[in-house]
Ligand binder design. Structure first.
Ligand code: SAH
Length: 353
């Protein structure tokens, strides 16, 4: 039975499921899940991420990680971690860019968190020659100094959606209509976790919460505050969630999220305010547009140095990639960077307190 028929049968028997349950099934079902079964990235896949656009992204992220490691006294050993490494491109670029930072590679214990067996295989190939360890979840990361990056990881975590109704909320669910999947609303009920959103929302407006984000943030933050380190969280979204941002992408086009579960990428915008609320005990930076972050780290100089060695269509593609990563009309503004760092340390290069 395919995933859609399986979900229809389950809902017919047990009733509607939350949007979060639907996302979890569609993305990570052990047999039919979107990430479980494929490499979705790149031109031939469904979507493209910053590290797949240009090597400059990972090089500059690597620079920020290595400089903050030096600034914090170059602790050894330390965990060099990535959440949701995709094809392993970002980590490979980080490692290439930091190869000449004295002691960095020797001290780094590369640790990845990746739910997809298909992508784990790809990562092992990309990172061939490096010792890598997988852990299942952030609370399994070693109790050690932690330098961590997560690019487009939090947007893949399941969200619940709630529509305001008076002083209560109706949860958006996936149920059945005409024997196929369709969105519906549960009866209104008060929601303690949305009490603070009664101030800034009106009847009918929709807000999203990502229940799995806070425990991940707090596991990372505790290690950083206790042992030193930083986290760079890069994703699309804004300060506070408002509106339905659930999006399905297939073959670089937006499609109906319920049409073909397991065949399309599902994401939701990241609520950065919610991440900062879970960021204690470590300190957190201002959320910074990706374009600003990369400019501060010197992407223009790096782009010029690379351009000097290119011509023709390779040069055109390189110029387009630089623009795509940084321009406010492209990824420069939609994508934001949040840094975590010890309360007694400075924020990592590229970010401010
Ligand atoms: N960071 C990469 C890939 C982003 S796609 C890049 O920038 O190119 C999202 C990644 O997170 C994929 O590797 C996906 O398999 C992984 N992922 C999604 N949900 C996950 C979860 N709950 N636990 C671990 N990995 C997850």
């Amino acid at each position: 039975m395919n995933l859609k028929d399986g979900l229809i049968a389950r809902i017919a028997t047990h009733g509607p499921i939350t949007v979060a349950d639907y996302m979890a099934e569609a993305l990570l079902h052990p047999v039919h899940g979107y990430y479980t079964t494929r490499d979705p990235l790149g031109a031939a896949g469904d979507f493209t991420t910053a590290p797949e656009i240009s090597q400059m992204f990972g090089e500059l992220v690597g620079l920020s990680l290595a400089q903050s490691w030096l600034d914090q006294g170059a602790p050894a050993p330390f965990t060099l971690a990535e959440l949701g490494p995709g094809r392993g491109t970002l980590m490979a670029d980080i490692l290439r860019a930091t190869a000449r930072v004295p002691g960095f590679h020797d001290a780094a214990q590369i640790t990845l968190i990746e739910a997809s067996p298909a992508l784990q295989d790809e990562q092992r190939g990309t990172l061939d020659g490096f010792d890598i360890t997988y852990v299942h979840a952030a609370d399994h990361l070693p109790d050690a100094p932690l330098w961590l990056v997560a690019n487009e990881f939090f947007d893949a975590l399941p969200v619940r959606q709630f529509q305001r109704d008076g002083t209560g909320w109706r949860e958006r669910c996936v149920g059945l209509s005409d024997n196929t999947l369709s969105f519906g609303l549960s009866p209104a009920a008060p929601q303690a976790m949305l009490e603070h959103r009664l101030e800034d929302t009106e009847d009918g407006q929709l807000v999203e919460i990502c229940p799995s984000a806070a425990p991940i943030l707090s596991a990372i933050s505790t290690r950083i505050e206790t042992h030193g380190g930083i986290a760079l969280i890069i994703d699309y979204g804004d300060w506070r969630s408002l509106g339905d941002t659930l999006q399905a992408l297939q073959d670089h086009n937006t499609v109906d999220p319920l049409a073909d579960p397991g065949q399309a990428d599902l994401t939701a915008h990241v609520d950065f305010e919610a991440l900062t609320q879970a960021a204690a005990p470590a300190a957190f930076s201002r959320i910074t547009p990706q374009g600003v972050f990369l400019e501060r780290l010197g992407i223009t100089a790096r782009a010029q140095a690379l351009a000097a060695k290119l011509d023709g269509s390779a040069l055109d593609a390189h110029i387009a990639a630089h623009r795509r990563l940084t321009h406010p009309d492209e990824m420069g503004n939609l994508f934001k960077v949040l840094g975590l760092f010890p309360t007694a340390a400075a924020p990592p290069p590229g970010l401010e307190r």
